[in-house]
Ligand binder design. Structure first.
Ligand code: PLP
Length: 372
C-alpha cells in the first residue's frame, strides 16, 4: 500500500503514533516531524526483523542490502531476550550462530560489562558488532536490561540499539513507570505491543525509529507499478517501505478507537489497577508457605513456584490447573528451575478473577499433595 492508494490510513497511523510518543513520554526524535517516526507492525517479531534490516543497512553502508550478507555481522541480546530476536537473525540469513546471547547478571537482566567485553573481543577478531537488542521487560520475568550501559557499548562499537518493550512499554503511560525509559534517548529503535497490555485486539505492535533513513533504504523498492506523484514528491510516508509486506491493514483505526474510548487517564487507571492486582497476588503467594516467589514481582507479572518437589511438582500443578479449563497458566525457567507465570493484562480482568485463579492453584496444590 502506498500513501496515494490510502492516504487516510497512512495519515491516521502517523497521527496516532505521534500521539503515543507524547502519551508514553518517548523522546521527541521518534516523532514523524523530524528524521524519525513510528509505524504499526503486526508483531514485535516483525519489529525486531525490521530493526535488524535497518541496522545491517547502516552498518554495511548498504552493501549487505545489495549483495547479501556479510558473514562478519554479529548481533547481541540477553539470554532472556525473546526468541523473535533469533528468528529475525535466521530470517535475515545471518544464521543463529551470528547471535550472541549474553548471560544475565543480577535480577535476570543482561550483564552490560560482559556485553561490552564480548563486543570488544569480537571486533578484535575481525567481526562486526552491528545490533544489540535490549529488553525492557523480559518474557520470563519482566527483567529490565540496563539500557544506558548497553547504549555506551553500542556507541563504542557503532551498533544499532533496538529496545524491545513488548509488554512493559505500556506501563510508561503512567509517569511513575517512566524509569523504564532510562537510556531510551540513545536507542535507534523501540517497540511495544498494544495487543499485549494496551487493550487492543491482536495484532498491533508500535515500532519507532530515531532515523528512518536506514530502514527505508533497506526496504524500499520502487517498480513501475508503485510509482506515483505523491511518492515522488518526497512529502508523504509510504509505510510499505517500513515493513516486510506491501499490503497493510488499517490497524491505526482500532488503536485510535482504543485511545479515544478509554482516554489517556482511562488507560492509565487500568494499567495501575492491573499492577495493584499483581501486587495483591504477590502478597497472597507470600502468605502460603508451600509457595515461593521466584523473582520479585515487576509491574503486572508474578513468578512463583512450589517450594517442594522441584520441576515435576510444578509441572504437575500447572497441568492440573490448566486441565480444569478455568485458567491457563504459562511457565518459564528462572535460575534453572521451572517457574509459574501469572500475568494480569486483559481489559476486563479484576481482582476477583485473579483471586479465583489463586484459590484454584491452592486447591490443586492441596489435591496433588494428598495424592502424594
Ligand atoms: C519481550 C517480548 N518480545 C517479543 C515478544 C513477541 O511478541 P509478538 O508475538 O508480538 O511477536 C514477546 C512475546 O511474548 C515478548 O514477551
Amino acid at each position: 500500500m502506498s500513501w496515494s492508494t490510502s492516504p487516510a490510513c497512512t495519515e491516521l497511523e502517523t497521527h496516532v503514533l505521534d500521539w503515543l510518543v507524547e502519551m508514553l513520554g518517548l523522546p521527541a526524535r521518534f516523532l514523524s516531524a523530524g528524521a524519525g517516526g513510528g509505524v504499526i507492525q503486526d508483531t514485535a517479531s516483525s519489529a525486531a526483523l525490521c530493526a535488524l534490516l535497518a541496522a545491517r543497512e547502516r552498518a554495511t553502508g548498504g552493501a549487505a542490502t545489495r549483495r547479501g550478507n556479510d558473514p562478519r555481522l554479529t548481533a547481541y541480546a540477553s539470554e532472556h531476550a525473546h526468541s523473535s530476536v533469533e528468528k529475525a537473525v535466521r530470517i535475515a540469513g545471518l544464521g543463529s550462530d551470528r547471535l550472541r546471547l549474553v548471560p544475565a547478571g543480577a535480577g535476570h537482566a543482561l550483564d552490560a560489562a560482559r556485553l561490552g567485553a564480548l563486543m570488544a573481543a569480537d571486533r578484535q577478531a575481525g567481526l562486526v558488532p552491528f545490533l544489540v537488542v535490549a529488553t525492557v521487560g523480559t518474557t520470563a520475568s519482566l527483567a529490565v536490561d540496563p539500557v544506558p550501559d548497553i547504549a555506551d557499548a553500542c556507541a563504542e562499537h557503532g551498533a544499532w540499539l533496538h529496545v524491545d518493550a513488548a509488554m512493559a512499554g505500556t506501563a510508561t503511560l503512567c509517569p511513575e513507570h517512566r524509569g523504564l525509559h532510562a537510556g531510551i534517548e540513545r536507542a535507534d529503535s523501540w517497540c511495544f505491543n498494544p495487543h499485549k497490555w494496551m487493550f487492543t485486539n491482536f495484532d498491533c505492535d508500535c515500532f519507532w525509529v530515531a532515523d528512518r533513513a536506514a530502514l527505508v533504504r533497506a526496504l524500499s523498492i520502487l517498480p513501475e507499478y508503485l510509482r506515483n506523484a505523491a511518492t515522488e514528491s518526497g512529502k508523504v510516508i509510504d509505510y510499505r517501505d517500513w515493513q516486510v509486506p506491501l499490503g497493510r491493514r488499517f490497524r491505526a483505526l482500532k488503536l485510535w478507537l482504543v485511545i479515544r474510548r478509554f482516554g489517556v487517564e482511562g488507560l492509565r487507571s487500568r494499567v495501575r489497577r492491573h499492577v495493584q492486582v499483581a501486587a495483591a497476588l504477590e502478597g497472597w503467594i507470600a502468605e502460603d508457605p508451600r509457595f515461593e516467589i521466584a523473582a520479585p514481582r515487576r509491574l503486572n507479572l508474578a513468578c512463583f513456584r512450589l517450594r517442594e518437589g522441584g520441576d515435576p511438582a510444578n509441572q504437575a500443578l500447572i497441568d492440573a490447573v490448566n486441565a480444569t479449563g478455568r485458567a491457563f497458566l504459562t511457565h518459564c525457567r528462572l535460575d534453572g528451575r521451572l517457574t509459574v507465570r501469572l500475568c494480569v493484562g486483559q481489559t476486563r480482568t479484576e481482582e476477583r478473577h485473579v483471586r479465583e485463579a489463586w484459590e484454584l492453584l491452592q486447591r490443586e496444590a492441596s489435591r496433588l499433595a494428598e495424592k502424594g
